[in-house]
Design a protein around this ligand. Sequence first.
Ligand code: CU
Length: 154
Amino acid sequence: MSIAAFALCLSLVLPAGRAVPEPAQSSGRTVEIVVGDNMKFSPDALTAKPGERITVVLKDVGQMPKAAMGHNFVLMAKGADPKAYAEKAAPLRETDFIVPALNHQVLAFTKLVGPGETAEVTFAAPTERGAYTFICSFPGHFAMGMKGTLTVGK
Ligand code: CU
């Protein structure tokens, strides 16, 4: 079998054979969050139904260079400590300020954005109702109040 034919076979076979089936529809509801030089998420309050599929689009409308004023969106799991996470993330520029060792405390995150950039992440909201904190883990931003809340259910 040629490599091209083999690749074609893979592309036909793999989607059906995936261990975790994805819903055929989509990335669910899309929510745009604007960030910028004011170090705020706008909006900073999101709501979701338990298990709802959501795509967060993080849009940076700031002017300052990314190296000095980058932003990300990091949704913390229940019981995680956002302050401790932000402190551990601060030196990790090479991972866009994501802490691999604490991935179990994170439900979803985007890459870092700078002026004019967008990043997105699709995730399923937790099935457990409650308030979940999201933060920007760029150094100093959480401490300056760059955070928000995803409220699941009511
Ligand atoms: Cu930020």
